[in-house]
Design a protein around this ligand. Structure first.
Ligand code: GCU
Ligand code: CA
Length: 485
């Protein structure tokens, strides 16, 4: 039992001798007795409360939870391309947005985040058809994720879909943008919760995965530990946000599909042998501290996916790519990984024929990776611009380092190339050239590469380490087993 003193100002019109006050963090204050009130509407009371507090509740008052706030934005106060209707019961406020049934006929609001941090957008909707309606959730014009608004059985049956993301302090345009001719589901409101804590996961996420809403994976979900292929497969497919801890060596084959909002974290020594992870039509995925070996397709494939962070993993002796990213994927950071004893490292864009899906996307940052005697594709880039390759270590790379092709734009800076005959070049195989800007790289027993043209500017903050120090920092830090997560 802790005694605390507080002043509260509340509208008063109670008869009861008891008052309870809910606190952030789940604690509650219950006043054992309250003075009689005289009917005033507002009254300031000084109260000595006998408070049964769970451990940490007072801390919660001054900590991050105290800042968490939810604000409702009704459809009728936003901008709806369609009509605000009220003919289907169960909505809140004065109506809902019945969007015109067409591609792009969306609804949007200006949302204010009082503080930077983890945030969520809960979207209340009804879809009285039997076909899911597909819409992008866009923040300031970037697609954070694409949601399927499943049929709810009736236009009067409302349900909620939630997106997790980071929001910086300030105003943001949040838009639900339908991508098919069916248009939007009917939209009642969005509840935006902000101030949920550190805007980035620990460990220093930098680069493209900080953009488009940022990448938090499973966030603070309580972890599930898996040590078999079947348990891993099932945890990866969950539709809920999840933190999945991989323990021991998991033997498997083929590709295991990863759904949205997942952190896949290796315990010390965690190994995935024989198979790979397929991040497909997903967003907000983190993969850290895992050794991949002997995969029979790709170790990690990212397609039709956004907001992915692949960090501190090791890759050896697989069949196809170690980390392949393709098919309009966007906002990805690949950091502090080690590839050794392997041929095809990192493909970005799979086909010269895929410009329609890929131009304007495939924005990826590769930093502090150790290409340790691996052969080719570090990365091999089609279409993406700007792709950012900085502070990587290329040691005895046999084939080539970076290739910029098919109109891609790649910024190659602060890398350390040693015993690497072909550090970077334009075009590759049948693929036509892209552009490449090289600066501040170090070459040891390696020629300078082929650069040319200009590259779009990098939108995020980052610090380039002195390239002369990159060999030491990357050999000490890259790969699985160098961090504990
Ligand atoms: C019906 C329904 C609308 C809904 C529309 C649709 O007309 O009454 O509320 O928006 O179908 O299919 O989008
Ligand atoms: Ca409609």
């Amino acid at each position: 039992m802790t005694e605390a003193s507080l002043i509260i100002t509340i509208p008063i019109n109670w008869e009861s001798a008891f008052l309870s006050v809910a606190l952030p963090g789940g604690a509650a204050i219950v006043l054992a007795s309250c003075p009689e009130n005289n009917g005033e509407v507002m009254k300031q009371l000084r109260l000595i409360a006998c408070v049964s507090l769970l451990t940490g509740a007072i801390v919660a008052l001054s900590g991050q939870a105290a800042q968490a706030a939810t604000v409702r934005y009704e459809a009728e106060s936003g901008s709806c391309t369609g009509t605000i209707d009220s003919n289907h019961a169960g909505f809140s406020g004065s109506g809902f947005c019945n969007g015109t049934n067409a591609v792009g006929a969306g609804v949007q609001w200006t949302v204010t985040a009082p503080v930077s941090g983890a945030a969520s957008i809960a979207i209340r909707y009804a879809n009285g058809t039997t076909t899911a309606r597909t819409a992008q959730v866009q923040v300031n014009g970037s697609t954070v994720t694409t949601l399927q608004f499943a049929g709810t059985g009736a236009w009067t049956t409302w349900t909620t879909a939630t997106v997790n993301l980071n929001l910086n302090a300030g105003n943001h345009t949040v838009r639900l943008n339908p991508t098919t001719a069916n248009g939007l589901a009917n939209i009642d409101f969005i509840d935006v919760t902000t101030g949920g804590g550190n805007p980035q996961p620990p460990g220093g996420l930098v680069g493209w995965a900080t953009q488009g809403g940022g990448t938090t994976g499973g966030g603070s979900a309580s972890p599930t530990t898996v040590n078999s292929a079947s348990a891993l497969t099932s945890a990866l497919s969950s539709s809920s946000a999840a933190v999945i801890r991989v323990s021991g060596t998991i033997s498997c084959s083929g590709m295991l599909r990863v759904a949205s909002n997942k952190s896949i974290l290796g315990n010390s020594g965690a190994t995935i042998a024989g198979c790979g992870l397929n991040v497909s039509e997903a967003s907000n995925v983190i993969i850290r501290n895992i050794s991949f070996r002997d995969w029979n397709d790709d170790a990690i494939n990212v397609q039709y996916s956004t907001r992915v962070w692949i960090d501190h993993n090791s890759f050896t002796n697989g069949t196809d790519g170690a980390v392949d990213i393709k098919r309009s994927s966007d906002f990805v950071t690949v950091s502090w990984n080690r590839v050794f004893g392997h041929d095809k490292s990192m493909l970005l864009g799979h086909s010269d024929d895929n410009a329609g899906e890929d131009v304007g996307h495939l924005r990826v940052t590769y930093h502090h990776n150790w290409f340790d005697g691996s052969n080719q594709r570090h990365p091999r880039v089609r279409f993406g611009n700007p792709v950012h390759v900085y502070n990587n270590l290329y040691s005895s790379v046999g084939g080539y380092g970076v290739a910029s092709t098919e109109g891609a734009g790649v910024l190659v800076e602060g890398n350390y190339f040693e015993n690497t005959d072909d550090p970077y070049h334009l075009g590759e195989g049948d693929s036509g050239p892209g552009t490449l800007v090289a600066r501040n790289n170090v070459f040891v027993n390696s020629p300078t590469g082929q650069a040319g043209g200009s590259v779009a500017s990098i939108p995020y903050q980052y610090t380039v380490e002195n390239p002369n120090n990159v060999k030491a920092s990357v050999t000490a830090g890259a790969g699985a087993g160098r961090i504990s997560v």
